[in-house]
Design a protein around this ligand. Structure first.
Ligand code: ZN
Length: 247
């Protein structure tokens, strides 16, 4: 099975549509979504509707999803994130808001080889940036491949019997990863709609378990259009500015 993996779309329709068009050419069997469908971007309803139409075989909620549908208060959010979540809560249609509110908490098992979570398999809101967090998370995963998001940084962590074998983040992540038997993987495809690794291109992955291969994709999209929509919506300017910088 080829799983199309999307995470941290953040209501960026231009980025999502570019990823979907590219993924259609590469080919995939089903879709898994690692949370933060909304928040930050100007197209929460259109993005929710796209994701709903994809009928993901597995999906988990992210921290921005919880706050943007009113499930949780914006405690811990900075002023820009809080403003965006508040705007999103008002913008979502009741039906889409209910759909976001009903998204399940991770981790979730996808199949015999793959599980997904938003932040970490231990805690949906925890960030995995480096080896120390990754090592602890890998001790708890039940499948050989655990897919995560939340940091908006592409990353691949590999462990063998509880010992870290390799850790690659951002620019060090190769476009293609060969999955080896006996190794446990923690993989973040990077953010579709708000990359933060200094590369403004949208990020997603295709995990092909049968072929033991992961494609880590980066591709350009219409950043200027997404920025324009953010400014016109009255969302905070830094949310538009950062898309061009990928930070
Ligand atoms: Zn996010």
């Amino acid at each position: 099975m080829r799983h199309l993996v999307l995470t941290d779309i953040h209501a960026n329709l231009e980025a999502l549509d570019s990823c979907l068009a590219d993924a259609a050419v590469r080919g995939y069997d089903d879709v898994v979504v690692l949370g933060d469908v909304v928040g930050y971007g100007a197209d929460p309803n259109a993005v929710v509707e796209r994701v709903r139409a994809l009928q993901p075989m597995a999906i988990v909620r992210g921290n921005h999803d919880k706050v943007s549908c009113g499930l949780e208060a914006a405690d811990g959010f900075n002023s820009v994130a809080r403003a965006a979540a508040h705007w999103t809560l008002g913008a979502l249609t009741p039906d889409n808001r209910q759909w976001v509110a009903a998204l399940p908490k991770g981790p979730i098992t996808v199949d015999a080889d793959v599980e997904i979570c938003h932040g970490s398999p231990i805690d949906e809101d925890e960030y995995i940036f480096g080896q120390s967090e990754a090592r602890i998370a890998l001790l708890t995963t039940k499948r050989n491949v655990c897919l995560f998001g939340h940091t908006h940084y592409p990353a691949v962590f590999e462990s063998l019997n509880g010992t870290m074998e390799a850790a690659r983040v951002a620019g060090a992540v190769a476009p293609e990863l060969v999955l080896r038997t006996g190794i446990k993987y923690l993989i973040n495809p990077g953010s579709v709609g708000q990359p933060r690794d200094g590369d403004p291109r949208a990020a997603y992955a295709i995990v092909d378990v049968l072929a033991a291969r992961v494609e880590m994709v980066r591709l350009p999209y219409a950043v200027a259009i997404a920025q324009d929509k953010i400014r016109k919506a009255g969302l905070p300017d830094p949310l538009a500015d950062r898309l061009a910088a990928g930070r």
